[in-house]
Ligand binder design. Structure first.
Ligand SMILES: Nc1ncnc2c1ncn2[C@@H]1O[C@H](COP(=O)(O)OP(=O)(O)OP(=O)(O)O)[C@@H](O)[C@H]1O
Length: 299
């Protein structure tokens, strides 16, 4: 069988009215969990809709398992599960009714629809809630229903758009773990604008902003780019705007004697600044706001 790969090359997406959501994006994906990180409006949903063949790019090529996916979207659809950001359910149906209905709509026979639905309900841990109408489900439970529907046809690729939005911390962790497990033998692409969503689970990160891929690599690679460039300093609140004008300033925490800031800079931003170990929040900030990475890291 052909290797499970996705290759996007020079993908651009312009919407009517001239809005350019993607601007020459090149990205390849292999089995495992890839975290697609980017601020609101970065183009994440546009990219995911293109992958799911819901929309076509204005330019560029999309290959799935080596074959042209834009020519034959049906081949991709058969093997790709997609959870859109605005996934809606029928509130009066139970999870089992809803999933069985969708399975039938996908062409599964009644018997395999029932069997697959039961299997997925167990996989996403909704067994106890399965007899209750969806209107009573929490945000996290509804996302798990969404993941289950994306898995109905046992896809090789799973594309999930901001699945952790609106979830409480416990639900986030559970969903991340589930996606991590599913990525053992699938391509899983998870978009988010929250670094901690992908910090623990994704060994592969892609940072997108303004329709462009700004960084790609393992968390360790992204962190290494910032070695020696992250500082912590405690300053009087009145000095914060001045520092922000000169440097990229990350997290700020009020302390008894001022504000503790993380600052990204090539030299100590204040006389008493101390070096700090870079974390992924810093790396994300640096990527999105264009702090210069060390030259060798960019090659
Ligand atoms: N159907 C559309 N028509 C016109 N503009 C669009 C359309 N869909 C998205 N856009 C615009 O394209 C840009 C990228 O949007 P997209 O939804 O892909 O980004 P995103 O990273 O998913 O952001 P968010 O997290 O806010 O959804 C935004 O400026 C958005 O307003």
């Amino acid at each position: 069988m052909t290797d499970l790969t996705i290759e996007l090359d020079g993908i651009a997406k312009e919407y009517r009215g001239g809005k350019r959501a993607l601007d020459g994006l090149t990205l390849s994906l292999a089995p495992g969990l890839t975290g697609l990180l980017g601020p609101n409006g970065a183009g994440k949903s546009s990219l995911m809709r293109i992958l799911a063949t819901v929309t076509r790019p204005t330019r560029g090529s999309y290959r799935y398992r080596g074959a042209d996916a834009l020519d034959r979207p049906d081949r991709v659809r058969r093997e790709l599960g997609y959870l859109p950001q605005d996934f809606g359910v029928y509130p009066n149906l139970t999870a089992r009714e809803f999933l069985t209905y969708l399975a039938a709509a996908k062409g599964l026979s009644a018997r395999s629809a029932r069997a697959r639905t039961d299997q997925l309900i167990e996989l996403v841990n909704l067994t106890e809630a399965v007899r209750r109408p969806l209107r009573g489900y929490s945000g996290g439970m509804l996302r798990r229903v969404g993941i289950a529907q994306a898995l109905l046809a046992d896809p090789r690729v799973l594309v999930v758009d901001e699945p952790t939005a609106g979830l409480d911390p416990e639900e986030r962790v559970r969903l991340r773990n589930l996606l991590g497990e599913l990525a053992a033998d699938r391509i899983v692409l998870l978009s988010t604008h929250i670094v901690s969503d992908v910090e623990a689970a994704a060994a592969d990160l892609a940072v997108l902003a303004h329709g462009r891929l700004l960084r790609r690599g393992t968390p360790e690679q992204l962190l290494r780019e910032l070695d020696g460039r992250v500082w912590e300093t405690v300053v009087d609140p009145a000095l914060v705007p001045g520092l922000q004008a000169r440097h990229l300033v990350g997290r700020a925490v009020r302390t008894g004697d001022g504000v503790r800031l993380r600052v990204l800079a090539g030299h100590p931003p204040t006389p008493d600044a101390v070096p700090a170990a870079p974390d992924l929040e810093d790396a994300y900030l640096a990527a999105v706001h264009g702090a210069p990475a060390r030259q060798e890291a960019l090659r």
